[in-house]
Design a protein around this ligand. Structure first.
Ligand SMILES: [Zn+2]
Length: 144
């Protein structure tokens, strides 16, 4: 038996315990009954950031802004990646304009920036838009 994974719910921030072999069964949150694993990116902000970077399933954050052309160009790739990586990583978007203080705390210098978290710690980050192959290659280097 492997240990269940701790995964925060994207809707209510409640921490769920989910056995690894149930990740593909569309697990629901014990608290709010919404889906714990999404196949689209969800929104990060100052109020859910600390809760969402926790947990055993890596969280990949796309830091973006509406005025940023490369961010817009990268958005469909990131959305597609969320579906492709479901059960392996959780994907979220952080609007750096709406969350300037948080983006400042994270030391964001250029966007788009991708930051990978697990169990509350930053594992890796990279700046600049990528295509799907580059994104998956970079994640593979991080053992995702
Ligand atoms: Zn929930």
């Amino acid at each position: 038996m492997t240990q269940p994974l701790l995964i925060p719910c994207p809707s209510c921030n409640g921490l769920n315990r989910i056995p690894a072999d149930r990740l593909s069964d569309a697990p629901r949150c014990g608290r709010c009954k919404n889906s714990v694993l999404l196949n689209t990116p969800f929104e990060l902000n100052a109020s859910n950031f600390a809760a969402q970077i926790k947990g055993d399933l890596p969280l990949l954050v796309d830091v973006w802004a509406s005025w940023c052309g490369p961010c817009q160009a990268f958005a469909p790739t990131f959305t597609q990646a969320a579906a492709q990586l479901s059960g392996r990583a959780r994907l979220a978007k952080l609007d750096s304009e709406a969350n300037q203080q948080l983006a400042g705390q994270l030391g964001i210098r250029s966007i788009p920036s991708l930051i990978l978290y697990r169990q509350g710690s930053e594992l890796a980050r990279i700046s600049g838009a990528m295509n799907m192959t580059q994104l998956l290659d970079w994640l593979k280097q991080q053992n995702i």
